[in-house]
Design a protein around this ligand. Structure first.
Ligand SMILES: Nc1ncnc2c1ncn2[C@@H]1O[C@H](COP(=O)(O)OP(=O)(O)OP(=O)(O)O)[C@@H](O)[C@H]1O
Length: 271
């Protein structure tokens, strides 16, 4: 479905992606993880055709990305950038409907279908009661939910999400990711998600790619990638690894390293 083949990219003379290979298949959710500045967003920008690689190739549905027209690509590929949705002076319903733009005028019956899709998505995402609220007055987390609904309205076959849960509380993190997972499974959607939360990545993704300094250093199932020694090497912190009590997937516990917390533990007899 979507492939990066040996892609490299420089920023101000510095190589921020080095010979990265990635394949995303229909019907799978893949997590892209790694420390700040390791190149995740740059890779997403190359994968969605926002920028060309300096070396290597990005191919979408077998065709080189540069050969896709913008509108044609937008009918198939939706991207939720890291910065999310700006606080625009449009209503929730109008913004969700903007997701239909790549399809408009494509078939004679699109207008009715566009309205049906927007209505279905407003209902599914629980945004229907907010349809007339202006997006500019929504909180960061609320805007993020609208941004995801807009991407859903695009009805893509491939979805790229750059840290979609950053502004969301725990209930909304689960609700959005559950929603995307159901959509992925029902429609065979290919999903690539950038995560900082390794525990969510392990729970939702069948495959993870771990990046460090512009390179993919490990790829595989969560149990292969989320190993204590590898996490320590890549992130520079020593995690405590446990298995999720229900699903058995690896989960990462962090331990505060400050002097104060250590003495607090000793005082309480837990150190
Ligand atoms: N326009 C730019 N000009 C110069 N350097 C840039 C530019 N954009 C990104 N970089 C650098 O490229 C590297 C990779 O950045 P990128 O945003 O891809 O990392 P990231 O893994 O997404 O980070 P984060 O987790 O913090 O979002 C960083 O060192 C960043 O400073």
């Amino acid at each position: 479905m979507l492939e990066a083949i040996g892609v490299s990219k420089q920023r101000q003379g510095r190589e921020v992606l080095r010979n990265v290979n990635l394949t995303l298949h229909a019907g799978e959710m893949v997590g892209l993880i790694g420390p700040n500045g390791c190149g995740k967003t740059t890779l997403i920008r190359l994968l969605c055709g926002e920028e060309p690689p300096d070396m290597g190739q990005v191919r979408f549905q077998g065709k080189e990305m540069a050969a896709w027209g913008q509108r044609q690509r937008a009918r198939q590929l939706a991207v939720l950038p890291q910065e999310g949705l700006p606080p625009v002076p449009f209503t929730v319903e109008e913004v969700v409907a903007m997701g239909r733009h790549p399809h408009q005028g494509f078939w004679p019956w699109t207008e009715r279908r566009d309205r049906e899709v927007v209505e279905r998505i407003l209902q599914q995402t629980g945004l229907a009661p907010w349809r007339h609220r202006s997006v500019q007055w929504l909180s960061g987390g609320e805007r993020q939910q609208v941004a995801i609904a807009k991407a859903m309205a695009q009805e893509p076959s491939c979805l790229l999400l750059d840290e979609p849960t950053t502004y969301l509380d725990i209930a909304h993190q689960l609700s959005i990711l559950d929603h995307i997972q159901r959509w992925q499974r029902k429609c065979g959607l290919a999903v690539l998600v950038v995560f900082h939360d390794l525990n969510l990545a392990a729970q939702y993704c069948e495959r993870l790619l771990l990046m460090k300094n512009g390179k993919v250093v490990m790829e595989g199932r969560p149990a292969t990638v989320l190993r204590s020694s590898l996490i320590e090497d890549v992130y520079g912190v020593k995690p405590i690894m446990i298995s999720h009590p229900t699903t058995g997937v690896p989960q990462v516990l962090l331990q505060a390293q400050g002097v104060e917390s250590a003495s607090h533990l000793k005082q309480s007899g837990m150190g």
